[in-house]
Design a protein around this ligand. Structure first.
Ligand SMILES: Nc1ncnc2c1ncn2[C@@H]1O[C@H](COP(=O)(O)OP(=O)(O)OP(=O)(O)O)[C@@H](O)[C@H]1O
Ligand SMILES: [Mg+2]
Length: 223
């Protein structure tokens, strides 16, 4: 069974144009999938649908075999927090929370005791190289460091799948390589399934699979 499967997904907004047109796509456990496409081609739309943040106009989204388009919002919110790590295009860190609190946010929202997660949060901060910034506010660390914090937050629940929208979109080339190497390591060492959206070929090559989205259609790209 695929970890995540889109079946005949169509998405249109108010204007009636199909941003996604009958898209079927399966992500297998341990995959590192790169989604490429021009600006405005629908990459973020596709990723938010994969992550249950937005719903398709038509079609099914199966997470571990369960169709999340049929779920109640309450149930889905819990599933999103626990099973899906989402890293947004512009980090989306809470400005008045410290680095550590930002990373623990999914735990807090889930009503769990943060004290039970002391070891895991420390381990993740160490892995992502942000342990020394634990008590700082996001505005006082660099863009690359903020991106690492966003990734750490996406990983705190050890999700089945980590979805990243342009994980290096706002970073210089040195920081971009560091983040991509880190994602590759996470994928290989922990077996976490990763889906990234990118417009950079160099970044896309880190994946074991590449797809291109154009005119609402998703096609495989040869590696
Ligand atoms: N909430 C919305 N309402 C109306 N149209 C939308 C909405 N969200 C996205 N669109 C449209 O859908 C198309 C795809 O947008 P999307 O953000 O998915 O593109 P993208 O490939 O992620 O682009 P970029 O590389 O610039 O981030 C665009 O034409 C956009 O204007
Ligand atoms: Mg986008």
């Amino acid at each position: 069974m695929s970890i995540l499967e889109l079946k005949n997904v169509t998405k249109s907004f108010v204007d009636g144009i199909n941003v996604l047109d009958n898209v079927s796509l399966a992500v297998e456990k341990g995959d590192f999938l790169s989604i490429e496409g021009a600006s405005g081609s629908g990459k973020s739309t596709l990723l938010t649908i994969m992550g249950g943040i937005d719903m398709p106009t038509e079609g099914q989204v199966l997470l571990n075999g369960v169709d999340i388009t049929e779920m109640k919002e309450r149930e889905l919110a819990i599933l999103r927090r626990r099973e899906i790590g989402f890293v947004f295009q512009f980090f989306n860190l809470a400005p008045y929370l410290t680095v550590k609190e930002n990373i623990l946010l999914p735990i807090i929202l889930d009503g769990k005791k943060t004290s039970d997660y002391e070891d895991s949060v420390k381990e993740i901060m160490e892995k992502l190289g942000v342990l020394q910034y634990a008590k700082r506010l996001p505005s006082t660390i660099s863009g690359g460091e903020q991106q690492r914090v966003a990734i750490a937050r996406g990983m705190i629940f050890s999700p089945s799948i980590l979805l990243l929208d342009e994980p290096t979109g706002n970073l210089d080339s040195k920081n971009s390589v560091a983040i991509m190497e880190l994602l590759k390591e996470i994928n290989e060492q922990t077996g976490t399934t990763i889906v990234q959206v990118t417009h950079s070929v160099e970044n896309a090559l880190y994946g074991n699979r590449r797809v291109l989205i154009k005119d609402g259609i998703v096609k495989n790209v040869k590696i």
